[in-house]
Ligand binder design. Structure first.
Ligand SMILES: Cc1cc2nc3c(=O)[nH]c(=O)nc-3n(C[C@H](O)[C@H](O)[C@H](O)COP(=O)(O)OP(=O)(O)OC[C@H]3O[C@@H](n4cnc5c(N)ncnc54)[C@H](O)[C@@H]3O)c2cc1C
Length: 279
């Protein structure tokens, strides 16, 4: 049960949602955008999220639709993870989604909600970062389109009252070879020990991680080491591991030492898959 009352709003347009947010904020209601609601409800029950008003953005057409425009795919932020898999136009994203939660939860969890989640895994960000996807953000001054890599630093960097409307990906990026490997401590569903996503473009490997540090990330220095063909595979991986940009997690899923062990083996599997196993 949620121990506090809150008002529920369902605006029909982006402008209405933005206006509503600022009005409610001025009234001291600590408004929250609401997409799938799975996290707001879960954390609300634990009093880790408290709000007097939620703004459900699922009735806004730009947020709910998927469109293909020429060679560009446009994903509304409130598309459920299940719906994106049904559409089937982005195998890398679908593969990442297939490993998140279970079917019932995926029917509710949305792409935008996962990207903006408070829980730090935010795994859908990984394929989007590697495919140079763009995001469309609604603000008081209108819509702005930015490369995700420029506005995602641990979390999606939104100004107060801004919300994510769409994600845009080029077909040429979707067609690139990819891998997404999720290692869990146990069971087939649930949060990862580490998820490693990889993509190869112009003979260069790109990698991104969730569950390794307290936020998902892509790191150019790690990629530089992994792509240094002067070195053996083991040396490339050792060097990449030296470049991890933050403290490695220690939690119920595993120690930092165990995570490093799993990561090393996963990176070796990825190099084998993209470059062929060495005899
Ligand atoms: C059983 C279960 C297992 C899970 N396992 C995983 C897992 O392994 N990996 C993983 O990555 N995730 C996992 N998740 C999902 C994750 O933990 C979040 O709960 C989920 O991604 C939230 O999505 P939602 O659409 O319900 O968001 P909501 O609950 O609606 O919102 C989440 C947060 O994002 C904000 N928000 C929502 N939409 C927008 C927007 N468009 N613009 C700006 N802010 C917005 C909200 O204000 C809120 O703060 C799991 C969830 C469940 C229930």
């Amino acid at each position: 049960m949620i121990s506090f009352d809150f008002d529920y709003y369902q605006p029909a347009t982006i402008e209405e949602a933005i206006q509503l947010f600022h009005t409610l904020d001025e009234q001291g209601k600590n408004p929250l955008y609401f997409s799938g609601g799975t996290e707001i409800i879960t954390l609300g029950r634990l009093n880790r999220i408290v709000t007097d008003a939620v703004i459900d953005i699922k009735a806004i057409p730009e947020c709910t639709a998927y469109r293909k425009k020429g060679t560009t795919h446009i994903w509304g932020a409130t598309l459920s993870l299940s719906r994106i898999r049904e559409i089937g136009a982005f195998p890398f994203l679908s593969k990442t989604i297939a490993e998140i939660a279970d079917n019932t939860a995926r029917n509710k969890i949305t792409l935008g909600g996962n990207i903006c989640a408070n829980i730090f895994y935010r795994e859908t960000v990984l394929p989007l970062l590697l495919t140079d996807s763009q995001v469309v953000i609604a603000s008081r001054t209108g819509l702005k389109q930015r490369p995700l890599r420029d506005v995602f630093d641990q979390i999606l960097q939104l100004e107060k009252g801004e919300f994510l409307v769409q994600i845009i990906t080029e077909q040429s990026e979707i067609d690139l070879p990819f891998l997404c490997i999720k290692k869990r401590r146990q069971w087939d569903v649930g949060y990862p020990l580490i998820t490693t996503a990889a993509l190869k473009k112009n003979d260069r490997l790109k990698v991104a991680f969730s569950g390794l540090c307290a936020f998902p990330f892509r790191n150019q220095q790690m990629e530089k080491s992994l792509n240094d063909l002067q070195l053996s595979r083991e040396e490339r991986i050792e060097q990449a591991l030296q470049q991890i940009p933050a403290t490695i997690l220690e939690d119920v899923h595993g120690s930092a030492e165990y995570r490093m062990f799993v990561l090393k083996n996963t990176l070796l599997d990825i190099l084998d898959a993209f470059e062929g196993a060495e005899s």
